[in-house]
Design a protein around this ligand. Structure first.
Ligand SMILES: Cc1cc2nc3c(=O)[nH]c(=O)nc-3n(C[C@H](O)[C@H](O)[C@H](O)COP(=O)(O)O)c2cc1C
Length: 511
């Protein structure tokens, strides 16, 4: 193929909704030309992912903006995604139940029936939260829960899933409530892909929390039809490599669909690392049914994070991230991935986790070290931190104070004060605590920044969550066409192709 033909072909590839007609020698042809020997078909962004998934949630695109804690994935973000035919999940974790209720009530009204989801995080240390939030979702008609941090299937989760199961006259089971499970480990995926445990169903039935019909039908449906395989991501993460994790979860979905003889195939969504069209192409080619993003959305105008923290995110590179102890479960070694650029939270929080492992109580910490903590990290005496913590739990959860008779647990509560406040300071944009900001983010943030460099989206003030999504899907369409052309031998196999984001007015013409 000569370079003129190659240039013409590449130009055509960038208009992915139009078929490309090829004649011998690789030259472009007009439709209907008798010399046409091959066609590269249109690749529409709306055709990626599972058709059943798009149908189930009535979406134009198999794209999900995942939950982000404490309303960072805000009501506005969910509304913006829904208005473009995408699926948004409200960040309910870390919020008080009344705030969750207000948010989902607004969404139920403002979306006029379009789909949305809300996070249901497993809270073994605060079972009342999980119970109340499930009650709110059932009452307010939230029909999709993104279930995260579950280590086992809980009765509240089962109650949510099973409530409203019905059977059509021809024997098909209809679900009112859907669970989208977020998982990084196969043993957990197995539990979500199985029907709810019989023991839990029996107990719920006995308490009258589900009906006999619901209990009967529950034996034929998975806890989660959709399972998001979360690779190395922002926030809580097992740092699993996407290209190992996604295929193994798909294999599991295949095995368990057959084993349980489900009427509908189980689906696996891709999350963790999705920040560029190339990453989307990988997830698509592996066979994932839908795409989930998080980090890139946090720097968007609709996110609940402070503008100052968004500005830091927009400058981060892929390596500006670091593991840190997770505020909720650091005693168990659970970790989150946070921003390293512009904040010292990563290093400081890791130091606290080390001290926690090393000593039995705050009183055992050597005086010089303790002084360092008080002057550099807490900015107040540890005794004052404990007074605040005590006052907080006296009102919220006095059982924690009883447990704090144990000095090691007391130390955990004091350290948790810092780990938790640090996220709040970033959300509020409290500049005097900027060096302590905890901002969850993964390498996909830096990957996106590299991709968007020099474009309309370099400036976070221009990052609108749905436009980013549509640009990524447009880029995916272009790359898919390019890879088809390469497989057909129409472009040199070592020619790299990249596709930049389009400004909004051009984007709307090709999507
Ligand atoms: C700031 C932030 C907060 C998050 N909070 C939650 C959460 O509360 N619940 C949840 O299921 N996932 C949470 N996630 C994970 C995202 O929903 C999503 O699965 C993940 O970010 C995808 O990987 P990525 O960061 O590479 O895009 C959070 C992610 C970020 C960046």
């Amino acid at each position: 193929m000569n370079s003129l033909s190659l240039n013409n072909l590449l130009t055509a590839i960038f208009d992915p909704l139009e078929p490309i007609y090829i004649k011998s020698g690789g030259e472009l042809a007009a439709p209907g030309d008798p010399q046409v020997t091959g066609i590269i078909p249109p690749v529409a962004p709306g055709n990626f992912g599972s058709k059943a998934f798009r149908k189930e949630f009535d979406l134009r695109f198999a794209y999900v903006g995942g939950a982000m804690v404490a309303g960072i994935s805000s009501v506005e973000m969910v509304e913006e995604l829904a208005s473009a035919g995408l699926l948004g999940i409200f960040g309910a974790s870390g919020l008080r139940p009344d705030a969750v209720e207000a948010a989902v009530a607004r969404l139920a009204g403002s979306l006029g029936g379009r789909s949305f989801g809300s996070c249901l995080i497993h809270t073994p240390h605060d079972p009342e939260w999980e119970r109340r939030v499930v009650g709110i979702y059932l009452e307010r008609g939230v029909t999709l829960a993104e279930a995260s941090a579950f280590l086992q299937i809980s009765p509240d989760l089962v109650k949510y899933r099973v409530t409203g199961l019905t059977e059509t006259p021809d024997g098909q089971i209809r679900s009112r409530n859907r669970v989208m499970a977020k998982v990084s480990r196969a043993e957990l995926a197995r539990r979500f892909f199985a029907p709810p445990p019989q023991k839990i169903l029996d107990a719920l039935l006995q308490k009258g929390e589900i009906t006999p019909k619901e209990a009967e039908l529950a034996r034929f449906v998975p806890v989660a039809q959709d399972l998001t395989a979360e690779a190395d991501s922002g926030g809580h993460t097992d740092f699993r490599p996407a290209l190992s994790l996604w295929p193994s979860m798909i294999q599991l979905a295949d095995e368990l669909t057959r084993k349980h003889d489900y009427a509908q195939p189980l689906r696996v969504g891709a999350a963790g690392g999705l920040g560029t069209p190339h990453a989307f192409l990988a997830a698509h080619d592996v066979g994932c049914s839908y795409f989930v993003t998080g980090s890139i959305n946090q720097a968007c105008v609709e996110s609940g994070l402070s503008p100052a923290a968004k500005a830091l995110l927009a400058k981060a590179s892929q390596t500006d991230v670091t593991p840190a102890p997770a505020a909720d479960m650091f005693e168990l070694g659970a970790r989150v991935q946070v921003l390293k650029y512009g904040t010292l939270f990563g290093a400081r929080s890791q130091r606290l986790a080390e001290l926690y492992r090393q000593y039995g109580s705050v009183d055992e910490i050597p005086p010089a070290e303790r002084e360092n903590l008080e002057k550099k990290i807490f900015l107040k005496p540890l005794s004052a931190v404990w007074e605040e913590t005590e006052a907080f739990f006296r009102e919220r959860d006095p059982a924690q104070l009883a447990k704090a008779e144990n000095p090691k647990f007391k130390m955990a509560l004091i350290f948790r004060w810092y780990l938790g406040q640090a996220s709040r300071w970033a959300i509020q944009g409290l500049l005097e605590r900027q060096t302590d900001w905890s901002v969850f983010t993964g390498p996909s943030m830096g990957a996106f920044n590299e991709w968007a460099a020099g474009s309309h989206y370099e400036d976070p003030a221009n990052r609108r969550v749905a436009e980013l999504a549509l640009n990524l899907l447009y880029g995916l369409s272009v790359l898919k066409r390019f890879s088809l052309a390469r497989d057909l031998g129409l472009v040199p196999d070592d020619l790299p192709l990249s596709v930049k984001p389009l400004p909004p007015e051009e984007l709307m013409e090709v999507i």
